[in-house]
Design a protein around this ligand. Structure first.
Ligand code: FES
Ligand SMILES: [Fe+2]
Length: 432
């Protein structure tokens, strides 16, 4: 699977982690590989092997100086290409340094994210996937991340599972108030506060808890469409794009001026995942109030401790959630009895509490999939198919269709006689 995932450009860091030239390096693990990221004097981001070629010192403990990282053990220095450019503890006439090169991956910085390509150079896609969240101006976007203690696939499966929304994220009185997860509508979906149908969506999800699912295959992956009854003659459709290999967009938007949110789930290793979360408004900058609401952890962005190291994973800045497994996600049992389904604050923390509980890798032989698990089955078929094809020498096409990624989710109510693909066709097109 890792070989297939390496055919894609990968979001590896937030830009804020390497903010300025010659900033401090970052120790990070991606796809089971220990790496160090840094921004050199010219502003180029390097992503190189974490270990010094001399005697294996971790290169987090380096000095970032004049276009390279200098190991603090004996002074060997590496540039963003992984070349050893200085070896001050060897005789001046020695050419030993010219024989030393460590792994280095090509990077790009775009959309608030540092991207890396970790596959064979001959298969490197020339363009990054054209997500709307990356294409909008910086002031229109919030990009955050957190560390989750589970395999990446069960995290993606949570993102395309529309059925759980009527339970995990619900309030006990939701059928009356429409209030999802016990917090005000504007905290769940800033930008949508003035949308009168938002509470109605909450009520609809509370009243019809067994959505029917349809799948529409696309050049980016698929659309998972979940249908709920919404009165006599209408259906409420929540349409979630799954974009290969690990992106989802949360159903929402569709109204002029509203914001959208989405995720990228990038494997740290088999049992940990970087969860990137993006919120963007296609038409206007996000207001300071919207920023503040998002960062308070009510919605899909998580409150984290950015700087806490996790040296057991060789990670210097873990972005560990404040409400996490070690403190029972700060569950409030009184809240659970009286107001919300889980008693846990934050939509992401609610997801995390469940996804981390399923064992680090879900024992899938113990599952019993039902009719609402259609999207989960499609996801498994798609990624396993991609990995199997590659073993036969068939390259995945997804990394080479960057414009196909210009897509949005939808949360719309349409007449029962209109097919969902027709009724949502315009809404699911990105406009930026
Ligand atoms: S271990 Fe890095 S220079 Fe010796
Ligand atoms: Fe969820």
């Amino acid at each position: 699977m890792g070989t297939a995932l390496r055919r894609f450009w990968i979001p590896v860091l937030l830009s804020e982690e390497v903010p300025v030239p010659d900033c401090e390096p970052i120790a990070i693990r991606i796809l089971g590989e220990d790496l160090v990221a840094f921004k050199d004097t010219n502003g180029k981001v390097g992503l190189i092997d974490a270990y010094c070629a001399h005697r294996h010192a971790h290169l987090y403990w380096t000095r970032n100086e004049e276009n390279g990282l200098r190991c603090t053990y004996h002074g060997w220095k590496y540039d963003t290409e992984g070349n050893c450019v200085d070896m001050p503890n060897e005789p001046a006439e020695s050419n030993f340094k010219d024989k030393i090169k460590i792994t280095a991956y090509p990077t790009r910085e775009w959309g608030g994210v540092v991207w890396a390509y970790m596959g064979p150079v001959e298969h490197m896609p020339p363009e990054l996937p054209q997500f709307e969240w990356a294409r909008v101006p910086e002031e229109h976007r919030i990009a955050t991340k957190r560390l989750q203690e589970s395999n990446w696939a069960q995290a993606v499966e949570g993102g395309i599972d529309s059925s759980h929304v009527s339970f995990l994220h619900s309030s006990l009185n939701q059928a009356q108030t429409g209030m999802i997860t016990g917090v005000p509508a504007q905290a769940v979906a800033p930008g949508n506060a003035s949308n009168p149908s938002f509470a109605q969506q909450g009520r609809t999800m509370a009243l019809d808890k067994s959505p029917r699912f349809w799948i529409g295959h696309r050049d980016f992956g698929f659309l998972a469409a979940a249908r709920r009854n919404a009165g006599e003659d209408k259906y409420y459709w929540r349409i979630t794009p799954y974009l290969a290999p690990w992106y989802t967009i949360i159903p929402g938007g569709g109204q002029e001026g509203s914001s959208l949110s989405g995720h990228a789930w990038v494997p740290v290793d088999d049992e940990h995942v970087w969860t990137f979360t993006f919120t963007w408004n296609p038409t206007r900058p996000l207001t300071p109030e919207e920023h503040a609401t998002h960062m308070q952890g009510f919605g899909v962005h998580t409150e984290v401790d950015k700087n806490l190291p996790r040296w057991d994973l060789k990670i210097s800045n873990s972005y560990k959630p404040i409400r996490n497994m070690d403190n029972n996600y700060m569950v409030d049992y009184e809240e659970r009895r009286k107001r919300t389904f889980t008693g846990i604050k934050g939509i992401s923390e609610q997801d995390m509490s469940i996804q981390e509980s399923m064992w680090p890798i879900v024992p899938r032989w113990r599952e019993h999939l039902g009719t609402t698990d259609k999207a989960i089955i499609e996801f498994r078929k798609l990624v396993m198919g991609m990995a199997r094809d590659l073993l036969e020498g068939v390259e995945p096409e997804f990394p080479h269709t960057p414009d196909a990624y210009r897509v949005r989710s939808a949360a719309i109510t349409i007449s029962r006689d209109v097919p969902w693909e027709e009724g949502s066709a315009e809404v699911v097109k990105a406009k930026v």
